[in-house]
Design a protein around this ligand. Structure first.
Ligand code: C2E
Ligand code: MG
Ligand code: MG
Ligand code: MG
Length: 295
């Protein structure tokens, strides 16, 4: 039993072997519970989506929103995607979970449209495992077709590290997705190892600057400001829109405006929220922009 042995070597000198053994079992049990619960989660409606708007940097108008997966587990409570997505990727269950996400977004978009709301572009996160699935393009087209959602209403977010992992293969999938009309974004930019030539070849629509750079943007001592400025320049040279992730303060937003960033996403302007709340926000924004300026 490799895990237990490794663990024994690591902690045997510290005389607290039993304590750690219990800890590990709890973690292992949680992992197994999550992995075994995923199929039921998809089947039994334990999954749901939150939406986090993307705002125009200058006038704060809503440009779209990102769908973020949530799981209300019957025993474990709310589980973060940061915890269960990697488990689903390892087990291959991300394919059915990912299909559920695409279908749910399309279903909700078509419901909004039927209720008379204006269509808004929704971003969906795709994992590397989904990107490698030979049927991905056909699968998404089947779902969008079923709900009558035009492909350009979906922005597919691929992390920089997934995009650059086997870039040739990824590129051909990205090309196919683009050619049938989907929008593409590079997520968490700055944390992977991009080759500039690959980045140029990808020709995706949007670049999302990882929140690690935004976090230190207004610190005197750091170089984040120069780095973010350079990333924005690079993205614009490649004719991509730039979205800053994780914007939490007014000061960060001010700097991003100065640096000509296009869009922001973050707790300052809106947290991920249930769809009802998101629709209310959209309606309120529509009414506000329809009102004449008060003097
Ligand atoms: P991501 O795609 O980079 O999403 C951004 C994450 O940052 C979200 O966490 C969001 O709630 C969080 N965030 C947004 N604004 C702020 C802020 O101002 N400050 C801070 N500290 N955090 C902020 P979340 O929802 O927990 O998702 C984590 C990751 O899980 C996502 O990162 C994405 O990689 C993955 N994920 C979520 N939903 C899906 C999905 O449907 N499919 C796949 N494959 N992955 C997903
Ligand atoms: Mg994302
Ligand atoms: Mg991100
Ligand atoms: Mg991320």
């Amino acid at each position: 039993h490799a895990d237990a042995a490794m663990y024994q070597v690591k902690t045997s000198g510290r005389n607290n072997y039993r304590f750690f053994e219990v800890e590990m079992n709890v973690a292992t049990l949680r992992l197994v519970t999550i992995q075994q619960g995923l199929q039921a989660a998809v089947r039994e409606n334990q999954l749901f989506l939150h939406y986090q708007p993307k705002f125009n940097c200058i006038d704060n108008s809503i440009q779209g929103a990102e769908a973020l997966l949530r799981w209300q587990h019957p025993e474990l409570g709310l589980i973060s995607p940061a915890e269960f997505i990697p488990i689903a990727e390892k087990s291959g269950q991300i394919i059915s979970v990912g299909q559920w996400v695409i279908e749910q977004v399309c279903r909700e978009l078509s419901e909004w449209r039927a209720a008379g709301h204006a269509m808004i572009r929704i971003a969906i996160n795709l994992s590397l495992v989904q990107l490698r699935s030979p049927s991905l393009v056909q699968d998404i087209l089947t779902i969008t077709g079923r709900y009558g959602v035009p492909p350009e209403m979906l922005m597919l977010e691929i992390t920089e590290s997934a995009a650059m992992e086997n870039a040739e293969e990824t590129r051909s999938t990205v090309d196919k997705l683009k050619s049938v009309g989907f929008m593409l974004a590079i997520d968490d930019f700055g944390t992977g190892y991009s080759s500039l030539s690959h980045l140029q070849d990808f020709g995706v629509h949007q670049m999302k600057v990882d929140r690690a750079f935004i976090k230190t943007l207004t610190r005197e001592e750091g170089r984040s400001r120069s780095i973010v400025s350079a990333i924005i320049g690079l993205a614009h040279a490649l004719e991509m829109e730039v979205v800053a992730e994780g914007v939490e303060t007014r000061a960060q937003l001010d700097v991003l405006q100065e640096l000509r960033c296009d869009q922001t996403q973050g707790f300052l302007l809106a947290r991920p929220m249930p769809k009802e709340e998101f629709l209310q926000l959209l309606e309120a924004a529509r009414h506000a922009s329809a009102q004449p300026e008060q003097v």
